[in-house]
Design a protein around this ligand. Structure first.
Ligand SMILES: [Zn+2]
Length: 137
């Protein structure tokens, strides 16, 4: 499976990082880190826009992150119209990696608190699609 099966809307421009999907299918959410300057990227990038090196390594986003911010999306963009309302959140993980993802529907809105623990994990979608979301840490 490649990037054509990622998320609700396909984006093939990221195909260079297609291993990301293979890792997701194996239950791992991965980011990349530039071996030359040490900057981490999520979504993963295979070329470092900071120092222009292509010497990058994969690493797994593991353990607890924390909720930095979130918003309730009431009118979803193309491909997400039928999902709204849903909650889009920004989480920060080890090494300062920040990730945008939807909050799992298992988390009730009244229980959301800035700073709460989050884990990021792959989620299977209908039509053999796969993405990732935040669950309670
Ligand atoms: Zn770099």
């Amino acid at each position: 499976m490649g990037f054509e099966n990622f998320g609700t809307v396909s984006f093939t421009a990221e195909a260079k990082a297609a291993d990301f999907i293979t890792y997701l299918e194996a239950g791992k959410v991965m980011a990349t880190r530039c071996r030359k300057c040490g900057v981490s990227y999520f979504p993963p990038r295979m070329d470092c826009p900071r120092c222009l090196s292509s010497d990058v390594e994969w690493f797994e986003i593991k353990g607890d992150g924390k909720l930095i911010s979130y918003t309730v999306v009431n009118y979803g963009p193309t491909g997400f119209e039928n999902d709204a309302p849903y909650i889009l959140a920004l989480g920060e993980f080890d090494g300062g990696v920040q990730i945008f993802a939807c909050l799992s529907r298992d988390i009730e809105q009244k229980d959301i608190q800035i700073g709460m623990g989050l884990v990021v994990s792959p989620v299977k979608l209908p039509d053999n699609r796969i993405a990732y979301e935040f669950k309670k840490g």
